[in-house]
Design a protein around this ligand. Sequence first.
Ligand SMILES: C[S@@+](CC[C@H](N)C(=O)[O-])C[C@H]1O[C@@H](n2cnc3c(N)ncnc32)[C@H](O)[C@@H]1O
Length: 225
Amino acid sequence: MSTTSDDSTIGALIAAQRAHWESTLAANPTMYGAEPSEPGRYATNRFCAEGLSEVLELGAGQGRDTLAMLEAGLEVTALDYAVAPLADIADAALSRGMKERLMTVVHDVREPLPFPDAGFDACYSHMLFTMALSSEELAALANEVRRVLRPGGLCVYTVRHTADAHFGVGRSLGDNLYENGGFVVHFFDHGLVDRLADGFDLDGVAAFEEGALPRRLWRVTMRRR
Ligand SMILES: C[S@@+](CC[C@H](N)C(=O)[O-])C[C@H]1O[C@@H](n2cnc3c(N)ncnc32)[C@H](O)[C@@H]1O
């Protein structure tokens, strides 16, 4: 069951998301568990197998996949707009002797990425693209990812999609965005996956599930041309 919102309500909801994430992550120190996710393991194996060592992670959260990538010997730049979890990841990396291969960056991906062109071998992002970002903002973000990757670099991102049980539930914000329980989620369709692959070769779209609902997600892999 869904309701619709006007533009001012949508703007206020989007603006409140950062504080909502900060407080939610602070209240749930292992919100998604401490073990690496399925796409995190896939991306780590794939990057290592291809010799891709400099990784940009977007929306690192509490770092379940960041730490696994560091453990595998990768160099990770972990970006998120929530400050405290990034500091916790840095502390965990320090205590495990991996801090020299980690950089943390506080940044909102609705702004251009604060990195030079072609500085990374790979980009990984579990459930950041499925946040409160319009299709226009996502297209701009994908373009930024393309810019900061080296030619041949891989991008692995995951998103909830239109077969997820929560698609169509809660408050409709338009553009396949729904607010439910304070969280805004962008549910992807295949058209949006294709749109974000502009300038990349699409390597694969794999369906998987995570969590208790379960969330229904796609793991998208694409290679920068
Ligand atoms: C669903 S959580 C996933 C966290 C982590 N990737 C994981 O799977 O455990 C989404 C993360 O994206 C971050 N985030 C959401 N919108 C963002 C934005 N516009 N810019 C930067 N980070 C954002 C949130 O703070 C949160 O840490």
